[in-house]
Design a protein around this ligand. Sequence first.
Ligand SMILES: *Cc1c(COP(=O)(O)O)cnc(C)c1O
Length: 377
Amino acid sequence: MNNKIHLSIADIGKSELKYVQSAFDDNWVAPLGPNVDQFEEVVAKYVGRQASTALASGTSAIHLALKLLDIQQGDTVFCSSLTFIASANPILYEKAEPVFIDSEFDTWNMSPVALKKAFVEAEARGKLPKAVVIVNLYGQVAKMDELLEICNEYGVPVIEDSAESLGSSYKGKKSGTFGKFSIFSFNGNKIITTSGGGMLLSDDQELIAKAKFLATQSRDQALHYQHSEVGYNYRLSNVCAGIGLGQMEVLDQRVKRRREIFDIYAVELAEIKGLHLMPELEGTFSNRWLTAMTLDPEVVSVTTVDLIHHLAEFNIESRPVWKPLHLQPLFEGAKYFKHNEDVSKYLFDNGICLPSASIMSDEDVRLVCDKIKSFLK
Ligand SMILES: *Cc1c(COP(=O)(O)O)cnc(C)c1O
């Protein structure tokens, strides 16, 4: 690990251990417990939502959201194409059919133009989707006003996949407050971590109560173990929630640091023609979870793959932008609605994520910039 510069890595603060210690002191290391209750409260209050349930992962949060929206075999669910596989895997758990929606260039997120096309086609076929999963990529919130207006017009609920955007906001509202449900991930590489975990949020207390029920094996109220429907073991442990409580205390510092790292890249790389950093839409505030950029193939002679290999020689980790789900073998044959040109494919072909961990020093970031500059010149 020593000298490697990581893409994104956990950054533990001073008080996580205190909460974890209290779980040990109380001999409360089981799933659920006081840390879990408090963690749910703290996160819901931070974003401004009425109800939340802490879960084993962001993926399980998306799965439960789909369950609560009654997604069943044969139903369709619209989903951003440019995202991590976890946004869409739960659609397959329920044997529903994903339909992928392209990005636009202002946010790299779901294109309202492509979404509208998908709805028009679905309506003509007489089969509207049961839900729309909207992803906020690398911390940038999608064009929520436009997207929600379209979804509301068709009366279809939204699941905001805010796994990567805790601490971001859109027109003064925190990410994680849009849509009927929103989800966060506390995986080790996200802006804050519980060493693995997630959360489902909503303003509907009853639905969240139902989520807690489903996440604890759907156990009916009875002295004996009684079950009337299928359930899951999806709850977060009291120990992990303790880490999360400590991490919430430093969340705003982590966002500030990720943004500072972005700013260093922006200054250092400004002179390179054909290099474009991921934009931040006016009126929005990105947590800059990952600094991402594109290299214009008509201006820059090296590809992002060349650059990734070059940086790796100096023990610097970088990655391509997510491979769009409509191009994944798993989803071969799935429907896909393009913006105009295929934007998500362009971003994948020409996009790269740079080391952005909040533990990086300014010197680390400058070193990465030097290697990029010398390689591109
Ligand atoms: C990380 C991530 C998830 C899944 O979260 P896990 O906690 O790893 O299950 C979902 N969607 C997106 C966009 C993510 O980046």
